[in-house]
Design a protein around this ligand. Structure first.
Ligand code: BG6
Length: 477
C-alpha cells in the first residue's frame, strides 16, 4: 500500500443532517427546517437529526478512538446569522469554537464546509436564494465572519457542498431553484461559483495559513461502447457534469463543449463584468470532491426533454436525477453492466474514485481529497449492542483498494473522508438509510427523537476502519 505518511483518514457530515437542535441557542430556521419540506412520507425531518449538538464530545472521542486525522463537518449558516445576514449569533460562534477545540484536543483536523445545502430561510424568502447575487453578498459576509473568528481553529476550508447537484436537484425548493427552468438553475450555479471564488480569495487574505477548495460532486464518466461517438458523448458529459464546476475556479473559463447543451436548452449565463477574472484569480489550494459513482453515456441525437414527466417539486427520488442526466446536446445515461456486486446484492463502482482522482490531478495539478463516498442502507442493532455491517466494509474496502492504485498511478490524493462518521439523516431517506461507522439509536419518529437518548454504538465497520487507519491503509480485511 502506498498511502502517504500523513494521509488524512477521516469521515464526513453536514450540519443539517447531524446537529439537530434546530431552534436552540438562537439558531435561525433554514430551508431544511420546515415541516413541509419533509421529503419522503414516513421519514424524519432534520430537526433533531443525530443530536450532535449535544453529543459532539462523545462523537469526537469515538472518532479519535478510530484514529481519525480529519473530520469533515459543516457550519450552519443560520446558527451564525439567524437571518442569513445582519446580527451575528455569538452562541453559534461559541458552539463551533467548542467543537473545533474538541477536535484539536484529540489531534483531529476539522475540514469545514462553509455551506452544505441548509440555506437560511430568510435568504430564500428575501432574495429567492441563489437566484440573486444578494445571497452571494450575504454569503461572502458570512465567510468573513467565519474566517475572522475561526482563523486559529480551522486550517482546511471547503466552500459550497455539491453546488452542481443543487442544479440537478433544482426542483427541490429546500435547496433552491425552479423545476423546469434550466436557465435559472444554471445561473444559480454561476452565481455560486463567482461568490465561492470571492470567498476563496478572502480566505487567502484573512487566513494566510489556511487552505481552501470547493466540494462539488464529481463522477467517473464512461463511454457506453468503443463507438467514438459514445466517447465524445462521455467527454461532453464530463465537461457538463464535472469540469464546468471546477474549470472556472482554476482556469477562469467554462469548457467550450457545454455550449451546445446550453444552446439547445436556451441557457444563457448572466456573466457580468469581472466574474471570470474573479474566478481566474482565486486559486483554490486543493479540490475536494464527493464521489459515489459514475455516469455511463451513449451517444443520442437531440430530443425534446419531457419536463412534465419529471413530476413535482417534492419528488427527489433517484430516477429524477437519472432523467436529468439524459441531456440533449450531451448524450444519454445508461446503466453500467460492469458494476461489482456486493454480498447483499448492491451494485457499485469501486473504480469511480480512482478514475476521477486521476483525471482531476492531471487536469488541475492540484492536491485532491475525497470529501464523500460511502454506502447508505438500513442497519440492524443487535440486542448485545453490535451492528454487523459487513456490506459497508466490503464496499469501502474496494474503494480504498482502487484509491490506493490511483495514488500509485499519480493521483494527488491527500485524504479520504467517506460519508459518514456518525449515522445521520439522509437527504432523501430519513435516518433509516444509514452511512455511519457509529450507530445512532433513533428511528423516523420525530416526536420520540425530541427526547430520545440517542445512544451511540460501534458498528463492525468502526473496528475495521480503526485498523485501516492504524495500518495506514495496509490492513483492509
Ligand atoms: C451527498 C450529499 O450528495 O450525498 C449529502 O452531500 C448526502 O448531504 C449524501 O447525504 C448521500 O445521499 P442521501 O440522499 O442518501 O442523503
Amino acid at each position: 500500500m502506498s498511502f502517504p505518511k500523513d494521509f488524512k483518514w477521516g469521515a464526513s457530515s453536514s450540519s443539517a443532517q447531524i446537529e439537530g437542535a434546530y431552534d436552540v441557542d438562537g439558531k435561525g430556521l433554514t430551508t431544511w427546517d420546515y415541516e413541509k419540506k419533509k421529503i419522503n412520507p414516513g421519514t424524519c425531518s432534520f430537526k433533531y437529526a443525530s443530536d450532535f449538538y449535544h453529543h459532539y464530545k462523545e462523537d469526537i472521542a469515538l472518532m479519535a478512538e478510530m484514529g481519525f486525522k480529519m473530520f469533515r463537518m459543516s457550519i450552519s449558516w443560520a446558527r451564525i446569522f439567524p437571518e442569513g445576514e445582519g446580527e451575528v449569533n455569538e452562541k453559534g460562534i461559541q458552539f463551533y469554537k467548542d467543537v473545533f477545540k474538541e477536535c484539536h484536543k484529540h489531534g483531529i483536523e476539522p475540514l469545514v464546509t462553509i455551506y452544505h445545502f441548509d440555506l437560511p430561510a430568510a435568504l430564500e424568502e428575501k432574495y429567492n436564494g441563489w437566484h440573486s447575487r444578494k445571497t452571494g453578498e450575504a454569503y461572502v459576509n458570512y465567510c468573513k465572519v467565519l474566517f475572522e473568528n475561526f482563523k486559529d481553529d480551522v486550517h482546511y476550508w471547503l466552500t459550497n457542498n455539491e453546488y452542481n447537484v443543487m442544479i440537478y436537484y433544482g426542483a427541490i425548493d429546500m435547496m433552491t431553484g425552479k423545476a423546469n427552468d434550466l436557465n435559472a438553475l444554471y445561473n444559480t450555479g454561476h452565481i455560486q461559483l463567482v461568490y465561492m471564488a470571492k470567498a476563496i480569495s478572502l480566505c487567502h487574505e484573512l487566513c494566510p495559513d489556511a487552505k481552501i477548495g470547493p466540494a462539488p460532486n464529481l463522477c467517473a464518466c464512461y463511454p457506453a461502447t468503443a463507438n467514438p461517438k459514445d466517447t465524445i458523448a462521455a467527454m461532453n458529459m464530463e465537461d457538463l457534469r464535472n469540469n464546468m464546476w471546477v474549470d472556472p475556479l482554476v482556469f477562469g473559463e467554462y469548457p467550450k463543449s457545454i455550449n451546445q447543451y446550453f444552446k439547445y436548452n436556451n441557457i444563457v449565463l448572466d456573466i457580468q463584468d469581472g466574474d471570470m477574472e474573479t474566478m481566474k484569480n482565486c486559486h483554490p489550494d486543493f479540490i475536494g470532491f464527493n464521489c459515489y459513482g459514475d455516469e455511463t453515456i451513449e451517444h443520442c441525437d437531440f430530443y425534446e426533454m419531457d419536463w412534465d414527466s419529471l413530476v413535482g417539486a417534492d419528488n427527489r427520488d433517484m430516477s429524477y436525477l437519472v432523467k436529468l442526466t439524459e441531456k440533449p446536446g450531451v448524450g444519454k445515461a445508461i446503466s453500467n453492466p460492469f458494476f461489482e456486486v456486493g454480498e447483499d446484492g448492491h451494485k457499485f463502482d469501486p473504480y469511480c474514485i480512482r478514475v476521477t482522482a486521476r483525471k482531476l490531478s492531471d487536469r488541475y495539478r492540484l492536491p485532491v481529497i475525497i470529501t464523500e463516498n460511502g454506502y447508505g442502507r438500513p442497519d440492524t442493532l443487535e440486542e448485545d449492542g453490535s451492528v454487523h455491517d459487513r456490506y459497508r466494509i466490503e464496499h469501502l474496502r474496494r474503494m480504498i483498494e482502487e484509491m490506493n492504485t490511483g495514488i500509485e498511478e499519480g493521483a494527488l490524493l491527500f485524504g479520504y473522508c467517506p460519508w459518514s462518521a456518525v449515522d445521520l439523516v439522509s437527504t432523501r431517506e430519513g435516518i433509516s438509510k444509514r452511512y455511519g461507522f457509529i450507530y445512532v439509536d433513533r428511528d423516523e419518529d420525530d416526536e420520540k427523537a425530541k427526547t430520545a437518548e440517542m445512544k451511540r454504538y460501534r458498528k463492525d465497520s468502526f473496528y475495521w476502519y480503526k485498523n485501516v487507519i492504524a495500518s495506514n491503509g495496509e490492513k483492509l480485511d
